[in-house]
Design a protein around this ligand. Structure first.
Ligand SMILES: [Zn+2]
Length: 443
């Protein structure tokens, strides 16, 4: 089949946009009716808004469907059928898979999948790995102890479905994981960006191993944090490992809705399986124009046990203004998940996104990978501090580093910062879900 060696699903990945929209509309109608018919939670949500399945006729009608939020899921859970509550659309006997959200923003949300739902999620991940060049001659190392969270379970199953040998590095510590990767000659790895950097650091400093020369990993898929689409962070990872690094995005609720291909030119949305909309943060208008930026509203078009229909993900994303050279017709995002609407806040009267600081900090080679951003209120004024570390050997250049950092930050973000240099190695290191931004004004 033409294109069979590029695309996991040559038919869907090259379907003209107009056909993709028709497919999304047909699937949306189906999942909307399913939720309406099978769950008290969804029926009440939609009845209260005065909308029912017959009202969705054209693509634009999708916008009339009320959005969901994580807080609504939390409120509905903990009741019968326990613990999912009446949002569950199948009998408990059909639930085959339990996961929960990480709870970084509050009480965890329980998540149920039927076996069919779960297989759909794995299939979605296969699109990503295949587009990034994973094949049956690869050996995929997963340096994570998977547990009740979704993280890297799907990578494991999708790797196996593709025929890669998957080596789970779960119970090992970082040093043992590095040695195991070397021993089995792993060719690829999936991890969070923070941990990709931290493994390389440990390899160099504790084991005298240079991942780019002494290990065999040449493809890395990163997920769980925005780093994969932040150019300076991506460069650091690629240089440290001598590998290509690809971003992969998704969530417990919405599944794996986007990924980068080998061209690394933006995050493709898996439009055959998901519907992604961008809403203006202030007006709530749905934005279609290339370059438009706003909050993501995401629908998983396949999931039955707990449908995820028009979920306000609180993620900030931006439509790309170009298509990709790989030939996929899926729409593309510029910069992946740029940030969280919760984290985008006004500091000193200017709209501030912490990810912009990451790009600046990591573009300065004398600084370590770690940093912290802290916003505080001093009297009537906002005060913003960046804590970072100078790499060993560059300490004498502190004044020069400080002035470059200050200037670049001002140009990119339009605000001034207090810069604090901490001893190398003293800032917190993260394996997953790094929390480097603290807004202390909220407390
Ligand atoms: Zn592409």
């Amino acid at each position: 089949m033409a294109g069979a060696n590029i695309y996991w699903n040559p038919l869907l990945e090259t379907l003209p946009q107009e056909k993709l929209k028709q497919l999304q509309l047909a699937k949306f109608k189906q999942i909307f009716k399913w939720a309406y018919d099978h769950s008290k939670f969804y029926r009440k949500l939609y009845s209260d808004a005065g909308i029912q399945p017959g009202d969705i006729r054209k693509f634009e009608d999708i916008r009339k469907v009320p959005k969901m939020e994580k807080s609504m899921l939390r409120a509905a859970q903990g009741k019968d059928p326990y613990p999912y509550g009446d949002m569950l659309c199948v009998p408990l006997e059909e639930v085959a898979v339990y996961r929960q959200t990480s709870g970084t923003t509050g009480q965890p949300v329980y998540w149920a999948d039927t076996w069919q739902d779960w297989e759909g999620g794995i299939e979605a991940y296969c699109y990503a790995l295949y587009a990034q060049g994973y094949r049956d001659n690869d050996r995929l190392f997963l340096p994570f102890g998977y547990n009740i969270f979704i993280a890297f379970w799907s990578a494991h199953y999708a790797g196996e479905k593709l025929g890669c040998e998957v080596v789970p590095g779960g119970v090992l510590n970082t040093e043992a994981r590095i040695l195991k990767m070397q021993e089995v000659r792993a060719t690829c790895m999936a991890s969070t960006p923070s941990y990709v950097l931290s493994i390389a650091d440990t390899a160099r400093n504790k084991l005298g191993i240079n991942p780019a020369k002494d290990l065999f990993v040449r493809k890395i898929t990163v997920a769980g944090e925005p780093g994969g689409s932040i150019p300076a962070t991506r460069n650091r990872m690629q240089e440290a490992w001598g590998a290509k690094v690809y971003d992969q995005v998704g969530s417990t609720e919405a599944g794996h809705w986007g990924w980068e291909c080998q061209h690394q030119s933006g995050v493709h949305i898996n439009e055959g399986m998901s519907l992604v909309e961008i809403e203006d943060i202030e007006t709530g208008e749905i934005l279609e124009k290339p370059g438009a930026r706003g909050r993501m509203i995401v629908t998983n078009l396949n999931r039955c046990a707990m449908p995820c229909i028009r979920m306000d993900s609180k993620d900030v994303i931006q439509w790309h203004d170009r298509t990709c050279d790989c030939g996929r017709t899926y729409r593309m995002l510029n910069g992946g998940v740029i940030g969280r609407t919760d984290d985008i806040t006004k500091v000193k009267g200017v709209l501030f996104a912490p990810s912009a600081c990451e790009e600046v900090i990591r573009s300065i080679p004398e600084l370590s990978d770690e940093y912290q951003i802290i916003v505080e209120r001093q009297g009537n004024e906002d005060d913003i501090t960046i804590k970072c570390e100078i790499k060993p050997g560059f300490e004498s250049q502190q004044p020069n580093i400080k002035s470059r950092l200050t200037d670049k930050l001002r140009i990119v973000t339009n605000i001034g910062y207090n810069i604090e240099f901490n001893t190398y190695g003293s800032l917190p290191r993260y394996d997953a879900k790094a929390k480097r931004f603290k807004d202390n004004r909220k407390h």
